[in-house]
Design a protein around this ligand. Structure first.
Ligand code: NAI
Ligand code: DG6
Length: 511
């Protein structure tokens, strides 16, 4: 059964609703494992936690860095098309707007079971108060001066008839000038870089802060979330004394240090304006100094690199293989694409950034099964990306997974995926914004005598949406997709004093 319209009320002694908050008394349970000579001792434990969810969302603004790109223009078109409930004609007939691909808008969470023992599902956004996509106010920056209608035409993603319906509104949207450093993105991007903030890095930082303030004041916003969907940069060379602490980063910014990337300047400005900053590209924007800055100011950061197609499948398939006791020994991933992202990635340093985020996504699964892999052993893992202009935004992703099976047999799985790249990435941008905003309204405390504290500044629960999830220092990285999804679902359930979903269905198994 599914019910996507009713209001959800939890009836439990452990929950309290007020006009402003939902309070949950939650027992967090896990098992502590200690090693005692040749014994492993597993000891279940419980931690009491109070969770408070603020119910008022307020007016939320999104500022996209790279607003005029394929993702930026498609995101804007999707928000407007859904807000106005637009339909458009194609050779396949009339089509309607939707949010397919968004977990908050188009996926369900199991709530419980009904009297007959059947599962009951609700839309994820029914669980807790979340900002509605129609209510998002959008702004942003781009080094390209085109307005959003022109960008949408350049992107060649949206159907022609829908473009005509959106053109008037989108032509009034113009990206703010941005920070261009030709040392960080591919040289082949230079011809579109004419909409620029000049000056030193510190002056550029001040301008970004002024832009955020201007947007927040003009649109009377309660919250602004800044999200990088601009070109992939090369990794900055992380240097002690520059990137390692908040203080050093500040000094280096003021000294116009050339290893401070444009994306790091955007992150610093966003944090200083109290805005959550999300990195949708692979580069190492969120260096230690940025994370320390976010922690000190109590602002959230998340990254890196949207996990849209090939990697999402990889983080399911390898999890399946390893947990089935099969041993992936070779994973080879080819991509060819013809959009501007592909053009930028055809330069070696920018490709290298993407190669890193695309390659580290199976490590935790390999680590979890030492029956298959010896210490330090990993599958061969190769990632190739080629620029083929003709295919445009319609990326081809081809993967070959070879696994060793019983008695040294081999099992080879080949996948061919034609991904419409931006149409897969845009729902992730929406979910990142909606969930990040939700997480800003959660607070936790062990008991009534303690202060409420927010979630850790590094928003690792967003890992489901990101290829190389940034986690708080010292925290294990989880790449397996369904574990990441269960994390999001179960945190929301905890906010409602509901137990995690365990899938045991003992009601149907034990007489
Ligand atoms: P795009 O090239 O169409 O758009 C990027 C935009 O950023 C361009 O309009 C460019 O002018 C602008 N830009 C470059 N440097 C800038 C700066 N310093 N400040 C402001 N604007 C700047 O690329 P697309 O397809 O929109 O992808 C955007 C990013 O998202 C890329 O880094 C890509 O690797 C990443 N990504 C995309 C995924 C997808 O499926 N579409 C998935 C994962 C990541
Ligand atoms: C080359 O693969 C282009 C990239 O920007 C990808 O389209 C993007 O990173 C999505 O990658 P994935 O692995 O999540 O499909």
């Amino acid at each position: 059964m599914m019910d996507t319209t009713s209001n959800l009320i939890v009836s439990s002694p452990n929950i309290k609703y007020t006009d402003d908050f939902i309070y949950s008394d939650y027992e967090y349970e896990d098992t502590l494992v200690t090693r005692n000579k040749n014994e492993l001792v597993a000891k279940p434990y419980r931690t009491s936690l109070q969770i408070k969810t603020e119910r008022k969302i307020g007016r939320v603004g999104v500022m996209l860095v790279g607003w005029g790109g394929n993702n930026g223009s498609t995101f804007t078109a999707a928000v407007l098309a859904n807000r106005h409930q637009l339909s458009w004609n194609t050779r396949n007939g009339k089509l309607d707007s939707n949010w397919l691909g968004s977990i908050t808008q188009a996926s369900t969470v199991r709530l419980g079971l009904d009297e007959k023992g059947n599962d009951v599902f609700v839309k994820m956004s029914q669980l807790l108060p979340m900002v509605h996509p129609d209510d998002l106010v959008i702004d942003g920056w781009d080094i390209s001066p085109l307005n959003l209608a022109e960008s949408m035409v350049r992107a060649k993603v949206i159907d022609y008839d829908l473009q005509q319906k959106l053109k008037k509104e989108m032509s009034a949207m113009k990206p703010r000038p941005a920070i261009y450093d030709p040392d960080f993105i591919a040289a082949n991007q230079a011809d579109r870089a004419t909409n620029l903030i000049r000056g030193t890095r510190y002056e550029q930082y001040l301008q970004i802060r002024a832009d955020i303030k201007n947007f927040r004041d003009k649109k009377k916003l309660d919250k602004v979330i800044v999200l990088w969907t601009a070109n992939t940069e090369r990794f900055c060379e992380v240097r002690p004394g520059v990137h390692d602490t908040d203080e050093n980063l500040e000094k280096a910014l003021r000294a116009n240090d050339s290893e401070i990337s444009p994306s790091t300047i955007f992150a610093m400005a966003a944090i200083d304006e109290d805005c959550c900053y999300i990195n949708g590209s692979p580069q190492n924007t969120l260096v230690a100094g940025v994370v320390e800055r976010a922690e000190k100011r109590g602002v959230f950061v998340a990254g890196d690199d949207f996990k849209s197609g090939q990697t999402k499948l990889k983080s399911v398939l390898v999890d399946f293989l390893v947990s089935a006791g099969l041993k992936p020994v070779s994973i080879v991933s080819y991509n060819h694409l013809g959009n501007n992202d592909g053009k930028n990635l055809s330069a070696p340093k920018q490709f290298r950034s993407k190669e890193i985020t695309k390659s580290n996504v199976v490590d935790d699964m390999v680590e979890s099964n030492r029956i298959l892999y010896a210490e330090g052993e990993k599958p061969d893992h190769v990632v190739v990306i080629k620029y083929v202009p003709y295919v445009g935004d319609s990326k081809r992703a081809m993967d070959e997974y070879t696994s060793e099976i019983l008695l040294h047999g081999t099992n080879t799985i080949v996948v061919h995926n034609t991904c419409e790249d931006s149409l897969l990435a845009v729902p992730l941008i929406l979910d990142l914004v909606v969930l990040a905003e939700l997480f800003t309204r959660l607070s936790f405390r062990p008991n009534v005598n303690q202060e409420w504290t927010p979630m850790h500044a590094v928003l690792s629960p967003l890992a489901y949406l990101l290829k190389a999830p940034l986690v708080p220092p010292g925290t294990p990285v989880v790449n397996a997709l369904f574990k990441q999804r269960a994390c999001i679902d179960n945190i929301m359930r905890a906010c409602l004093a509901l137990p995690p979903v365990h899938h045991m269905q003992l009601e149907h198994k034990v007489p």
